[in-house]
Design a protein around this ligand. Structure first.
Ligand SMILES: [Zn+2]
Ligand SMILES: [Zn+2]
Length: 187
């Protein structure tokens, strides 16, 4: 998949084909953050740099991925963005939602950030029942692992291997991407 296509899909917003939405909606209830783990009271909090934007995720957090594409590099200010995708039902804002600003590229790539400190914050995955969550905001992570490396084919020259997880020159299809993140095994 060329980078330009993934830019519309890269953990961010953008147009999504109806077929893609159906696929995602179709498997949403099979697995993921199950009622069991929610019922056991698993909760992980996350917050921005200044702490005014805060959120909470219920249940087991899916695996992480890193995206090395040119947009994610600029959005994160680093070699790659590191994030996960959680079911909307398991995500809730605790504070500061009114401080969240959005920048949306014409291709649909979206970056949400705290207007007070500039840190990237979660944003909805298009019109799908998922939320993109930057991993660096999470306050716990001992059970988390990076499962996928995306757009390694366009990484920065100074972005060094080895990388953890399955390496993609570009990216898997969206459905496969979300499913892989929600499998239980680690890196
Ligand atoms: Zn902030
Ligand atoms: Zn990216």
């Amino acid at each position: 998949m060329p980078e330009e296509v993934w830019r519309d899909r890269c953990g961010q917003v953008a147009s999504c084909s109806p077929r893609g939405s159906e696929l995602l909606l179709g498997f949403e209830t099979q697995n993921f953050c199950t009622e069991d783990s929610v019922g056991k009271g698993l909760r992980v909090r996350g917050q921005c740099l200044c702490g005014r934007v805060a959120f909470e995720i219920a249940g087991k957090i899916p695996s992480l991925y890193q995206c090395h594409c040119s947009l994610c590099r600029k959005q994160s200010g680093a070699a790659s963005s590191t994030a996960t995708i959680v079911a909307s039902a398991n995500f809730r804002w605790l504070s500061g939602q009114e401080l969240v600003s959005s920048w949306i590229k014409e291709t649909g790539f979206r970056s949400d950030f705290c207007s007070n400190c500039g840190a990237p914050v979660p944003n909805p995955l298009r019109n799908l029942p998922y939320v993109w969550v930057p991993a660096g905001l999470l306050e716990e992570g001992k059970d988390l692992a990076i499962r996928m490396q995306l757009f390694v084919g366009s990484k920065a020259a100074w972005d060094q291997m080895p990388l953890c997880g399955v390496v993609y020159e570009t990216s898997p299809e969206l459905r496969e991407f979300v499913l892989l993140l929600h499998r239980t095994e680690g890196c």
